[in-house]
Write a protein that binds this ligand. Structure first.
Ligand code: AP5
Length: 230
């Protein structure tokens, strides 16, 4: 099962991916999370990525593709994965096609989470992420933790991402429109793209995604709810 999630910053890719990956028993591979992990560990890759992320710009392709490839080659991804935030431009999409082809694989489906820009800004402004596990994502209003500032799933501290300032968010949205949105055409032409409205509750969007996956022949039975989905 090889799935890509596409959508504006704040569309809910990470929120949905946490549940879908668990349900489908494949790893959730988020290039944003991998970069943040490297920054947290002070690696050279993290140092290379940090300034681009802080400015809301894409990290250069040669860094990103190499990192994504190594993660996809890990043993837990042998039978598939859910990609979140990769690919992010047509060059990366073509590189992914080639990587998969070299291994005798292909993508099953690309879910495009569609959300108006203003709603994305509101979601990002209120986002809080767990320091222990970045797949635990909350919102101060829409998806508030039981205890303010603490993760429901593991008790970790919640923090606001450095690139979630209003100015950087506007830049990220502009980069998405200009550089990332053309990949939807890349996948539409390959009959892989399915549009999903990302409006409504987390559960609503999950349900739409599950229906779309089933219609594409992906075995997706709702067996549990994500730790942070209420
Ligand atoms: P990345 O971490 O991938 O960020 P992003 O794409 O900007 O997406 P976000 O994480 O902001 O949003 P999301 O869609 O996951 O939304 P979430 O589920 O958190 O990338 C960060 C940076 O890394 C990039 O800018 C770039 O510099 C670099 N990078 C990463 N990948 C790269 C690549 N391939 N190439 C080059 N550079 C790369 O939800 C948002 C909020 O909304 C949360 O608070 C959540 O609780 C809430 N929410 C979610 N769903 C709902 C709902 N249905 N209703 C109400 N609230 C909701």
């Amino acid at each position: 099962m090889r799935i890509v999630l596409v959508g504006l910053p704040g569309a809910g890719k990470g929120t949905q991916a946490a549940f879908l990956a668990k349900n489908l028993s494949v790893p959730h591979i988020s290039t944003g999370d991998l970069f943040r992990m490297n920054i947290g560990q002070g690696t050279q890759l993290g140092r290379q990525a940090q300034e681009y992320m802080r400015a809301g710009q894409l990290v250069p392709d040669e860094i990103t593709i190499g990192m994504a490839r190594s993660r996809m080659e890990q043993p837990d991804a042998v039978h598939g994965f859910l990609l979140d935030g990769f690919p992010r431009n047509v060059f990366q999409a073509e590189a992914l096609d080639q990587l998969l082809k070299d291994d005798g694989h292909s993508l099953d489906v690309v879910l495009n989470l569609v959300l108006p820009h203003e709603e994305a800004v509101t979601r990002i402004a209120g986002r809080r992420v767990c320091r222990h596990d970045s797949s635990h994502v909350f919102h101060v209003t829409y998806n508030a933790p039981h205890e303010p500032g603490l993760c429901d799933a593991c008790g970790g501290d919640l923090y606001q991402r450095q690139d979630d300032t209003e100015e950087t968010v506007r830049e990220r949205l502009e980069v998405f429109d200009r550089v990332t949105s053309p990949i939807t055409e890349h996948y539409r032409l390959r009959n892989l793209l399915v549009g999903i409205s990302a409006l409504g509750s987390v559960a609503d969007v999950t349900e739409r995604s599950m229906v779309a996956l089933r219609e594409r022949g992906v075995r997706a039975d709702r067996v549990s709810t994500p730790a942070c989905d209420r």
